[in-house]
Design a protein around this ligand. Structure first.
Ligand code: GRG
Length: 318
């Protein structure tokens, strides 16, 4: 029986199965190995990129929960996706994520000195190298998605995946969300809940949504109803993920989180904590988790990994 059948109230927090954690560790390890291979300097045709590869490797390897690759694989499972395409999609979204973190930590953005328990990239290598490593990771993501030496019938899917990713992270996606965040923090006026949601859906939700869709597009053809269900699920977990992030920034311990906490207040960011407070923020996270489970009903037990990931995202402590 699948999870949402016995999850009848969003106030109930269900334990996540141990098989999920085994699956998660396996994917995390596999993704780390692939990231390492893709960023191996032995792949380079000339050594000119070696210094930049060192910075890219520092930012990408040895940390992070790999939530976006996990979403790719969990979604791909529903549509019998090919391992080859799933791996490319997982690497691509993690490269984009790493680029966004490097740029987000820079002095002109969040000015953060610690990330994943390590010194931020711009502090270790300087701003110029950090900027370029972020840029290079972004283009590398599209190279990984586009480059194909396997089956020609996958080309059309790859093209679609490239378009989905490009749209999610560009001027109408993740970058737009970051711009809204900066404008709203600079304006020093309170924002409405709708504006806050829109900002988070773009800044954080867009890449999570793209990860789910990329996994799905790595497999067989989707119906309109299936695409819609995945979008409703992704919107719910995308927003829940960012609200949990806001809560952790205000309540967690730096040594556990691996980054300096309390930065949202320092940077005068508008967050769910500043707008709704702790209790209402937690209640909203639970409601969104409930919505995410409900959206998956049409997939029956095929979506169990996506169900588990929704629970993991809302229960995470880092
Ligand atoms: C274009 C110069 C320039 C900058 C843009 C794109 C961008 C900067 C920022 C994107 C917004 C962003 C970084 C949002 C943060 C989302 C977030 C909560 C990240 C933390 O994700 P986790 O918890 O991290 O998955 P780990 O370390 O586990 O991978």
């Amino acid at each position: 029986m699948f999870k949402n059948m016995y999850k009848n109230s969003y106030e109930t927090i269900l334990p996540i199965s141990s098989s999920f954690f085994d699956w998660m560790k396996n994917i995390q390890l596999n993704v780390e190995i692939n990231l390492d291979n893709y960023l191996s300097s032995s792949n380079l045709s000339s050594m000119v990129a070696k210094p930049l590869y060192e910075v890219m490797r520092y930012s990408v390897l040895g940390g992070g929960k790999k939530i976006r690759p996990l979403l790719v694989y969990a979604s791909g499972e529903i549509f019998c996706a090919s391992e080859e395409l799933l791996t490319r999609a997982a690497i691509a979204v993690e490269f984009i994520h790493a680029y966004s973190l490097i740029h987000d930590d820079m002095p002109s953005m969040d000015n953060a000195v610690l990330r994943r328990g390590k010194i931020s990239v711009h502090v270790k290598y300087g701003e110029s190298m950090a900027l370029l490593a972020g840029d290079a990771l972004q283009t590398q993501a599209f190279f990984v998605l586009a480059n194909n030496s396997t089956h020609s019938e996958q080309f059309a899917q790859q093209l679609k995946m490239i378009a989905v990713l490009a749209h999610a992270i560009g001027a109408e996606g993740m970058c737009a969300g970051q711009v809204l965040d900066l404008i709203q923090s600079d304006a020093l006026v309170s924002i409405s809940l709708d504006e806050l949601e829109n900002m988070h859906q773009l800044k954080t939700g867009a890449l999570l949504r793209a990860s789910v869709l990329l996994g799905a597009y790595s497999g067989k053809l989707l119906s309109t109803a299936e695409v819609m269900a995945l979008k409703v699920y992704s919107n719910a977990i995308g927003l829940a993920f960012q609200i949990v992030d806001d809560i952790l920034d205000a309540t967690a311990d730096s040594s556990i989180l691996g980054k300096i906490v309390g930065q949202d207040v320092v940077n005068q960011r508008q967050t769910y904590m500043s707008v709704l407070g702790l209790e209402k923020s937690k209640a909203l996270v639970n409601k969104l988790c409930f919505d995410a489970h409900n959206a998956l009903i049409i997939f029956n037990s095929c979506a169990n990994r996506l169900h588990d990931l929704a629970d993991f995202i809302v229960q995470r402590q880092t």
